[in-house]
Design a protein around this ligand. Sequence first.
Ligand SMILES: O=P(O)(O)OC[C@H]1O[C@H](O[C@H]2O[C@H](CO)[C@@H](O)[C@H](O)[C@H]2O)[C@H](O)[C@@H](O)[C@@H]1O
Length: 279
Amino acid sequence: MGSHTDSTPVPATRAGRDGLDALLSRPDRALIGLDFDGTLAPIVADPERARAHPDAVPALAALAPKVASVAVVTGRPADVAVRHGGFAGVSGLEHLVVLGHYGAERWDAVTDTVTAPAPHPGVAAVRAELLDRAGAWQGTWVEEKGGRAVAVHTRRAADPQAAFDALRPPLTELAARHGLIVEPGRMVLELRPPGMDKGVALLDHARSIGAGSVVYAGDDLGDLPAYGAVERLRASGVPGLLVCSGSDEVPELRERSDLVVDGPAGVVALLRALAGRLP
Ligand SMILES: O=P(O)(O)OC[C@H]1O[C@H](O[C@H]2O[C@H](CO)[C@@H](O)[C@H](O)[C@H]2O)[C@H](O)[C@@H](O)[C@@H]1O
């Protein structure tokens, strides 16, 4: 694990230190990718009340003009992440990109528009079946994600992990019957279309801007493909730094990261430190 000092925390791995060095020496070629929930926004019991850490936008606005690109890569619909993040119309974030629905959607600050594919018909079908069963799983809550996915949350159940484990097989069967996949996350099982993930989204964006280095920070299982993308980039000679916004809920991410920080407050401190190190 990296240790925090007053300045930039030090990655625990050689690859991570190379990624950080590359960012600091050529910031104009650096891509900063950030997950939203659990990374920029503290986890809360009600997903509709999740908001970016109060210092996140100022830190991003200080860093973004100094690097090639800052992209928020999230499972949320892009417009929801923009609203909950407070990302629109911010000086310094004129070129922010939000890749929503695991990269299926894209919001560009410069135009303030979202581009998205047509909704998958399976989503309406599973939504109808889930609403039929409303109340069957006590304490769970169904999040409707703009007609493009539905997520069953168990955080507010009496035993969140037991509810998650019990629901996973029937939801996997339901998703498969309608051509969808289940995306497991922190006390959430999301039913969504296949074919896109955060790794594809991050890699496409990195290639489209010709990134010379990549930093990616995440906290959840859905971020593992983005970690994989950074590892692929490293293998092709593009240095990268994997940051874990630490929690006890997802050890898989912590184990693959170069640097663990203390949740969204730690991510914000890192962003601020990076901005402070760059001209
Ligand atoms: O890719 P992300 O930006 O991390 O989004 C993943 C899911 O995040 C949200 O759920 C998570 O955050 C909630 C609010 O803090 C929390 O209550 C829940 O337990 C977490 O799983 C969001 O509601 C989902 O739609 C996202 O897919």
